[in-house]
Design a protein around this ligand. Sequence first.
Ligand code: FUB
Length: 297
Amino acid sequence: MLPLTAAFATNPLIMDQFTADPTARVFEGKVYVYPSHDIKAPPEYKGKPNWFVMEDYHVFSSENLTDWQDHGAIVSQTAVEWANPSAYAMWAPECVFKDGKYYFYFPAIAKSGGFKIGVAVGDKPYGPFKPMATPIAGVDGIDPSVLIDKDGSAYLYYSLNKIFVARLKPNMMEIEGEPKVIDNLPTQGLLEGPFAFERNGIYYLTYPHVENKTERLEYATSSSPLGPFKQAGVILDEAQSGCWTVHHSIVDYLGQSYLFYHDKDLSPAFDKNRAIRADKLFFKADGTIRKVVPTLR
Ligand code: FUB
């Protein structure tokens, strides 16, 4: 059998349900994608009309970025002790591996009100995951992204109209000190979706930025996970489709980098029912990122 080489994704990646906000990770030799799960509002939904409606998370895996296995629901709003069980606000998640455990991070609206970030822990990338009884203390916000540095230190990035960073304690469930706002980013239109990673000693922070109606994907770089960061350019232009959000992640698999993101391919008239995609992403020799060309099929 020939060795697997750089794979071509077939977009959209998942056809039988709506998916959004994909965090892609390579675990156990496969790509695992942890997306949010958009659904049509059920009759019992009492939230904002025409808004994001999300009650659980599925995880998917693939060896070729074309054939995906759905491992089923791993965390649902009714299984999280601290979360409002009828808020339908299980927004963009993250999953990382540290010291033999998988840590799944997710935002949800707390019973006490406001978005908090919770953690669920598992022994395998597809679960089962056990949600902790309380959210991460001192963190109010959405869209967690966790960077584990070369020395094993872990950093939590998240959003609340600005992008924040906090160092995680070794237990991966508490932060050290106060979260810090990341400086030198656009002062307006940073609503959500940061993603952080390190490559060849450069720390990258990628983030959706909206100036008009639709987000485009931009990035900044630093020599430290805590900054200061310097804005470095655009990775993905505003979606031609008009899909408002561009939550994303970047992963290397079989020698190729990929941008995972979403558009509204399965629901052209309603951009809160999204579909995840992946496209090749290229770094230049100086570490800057070429703009990604979106593809369908
Ligand atoms: O999916 C709900 C929210 O929309 C996410 O948390 C944001 O990043 C945006 O994609």
